[in-house]
Design a protein around this ligand. Sequence first.
Ligand code: SAH
Length: 249
Amino acid sequence: MDLLELIIEYHKDNERQGPGSKEATLKALSYLPYLNEKSRILDIGCGTGGQTITLAENTDAHITAIDKLPQFLEKLIQKVKENNLANRIVVKEMLMDRLSFAEKSFDVIWSEGTIYNIGFEKGLSLWKKYLIDNGYIAVSEISWLTDIRPEEIEQYWVNAYSEIDTIENKLSVIEKCGYTNVAHFVLDDKCWIDNYYQPLFENEKAFLKKYDYADEVKEFIEESKIEADLYNRFKDYYSYVFYIAKKKL
Ligand code: SAH
């Protein structure tokens, strides 16, 4: 059984594929000037498009949503149709490190729970040229909330994502990449539990049944359980943080 297939099947029916919430998307949006019908947003790593729809419903902007997985994009395309948003949302299969747009094509780059796939610094540096001068970036990234952490959680995350760092250091990276920090805030418990882990675990029985209770599927679910358990035990030390910044001239 293919691991990618399991990942897709496990996540595709959910509203979100990472920690987040409608409230968090709206809060991040509140730091930007109003996005009118001339504004263009690029939503990178959109998944099944939870935040894409929120952005469309709360701005007048035109949105281009990209992701590498067609199975997730199909779900978003369905939502676009159901909400009559085809004139405002364009969905494209594309890799985030191989964007094919003209320079300065977007007023805003949005990216929730996904920049880690190419790394925070690389993503911020690569994507900058697609923003107009003074354009905004709003990106969520896993970050340490304290300067020192228990060994167990430190090791887990450094191993999973070596670029995990403190908020202060993330803010420095943003500046170094040529942006001015505008605001940042920590995603709350609801973003992780109610909106991310809970829907996955609610679907567990059906998921196991679908794969005939195969051992490798049980192990796959177990990995998520371990991650969720770590979150419950160590949430004082890390979370996703939403960073909003403006491209320097
Ligand atoms: N923004 C969504 C999805 C986050 S999950 C949400 O918050 O719910 C991360 C997403 O990044 C997945 O949909 C995955 O398919 C996509 N992804 C991972 N690597 C990618 C890459 N190199 N290029 C484009 N998308 C990628």
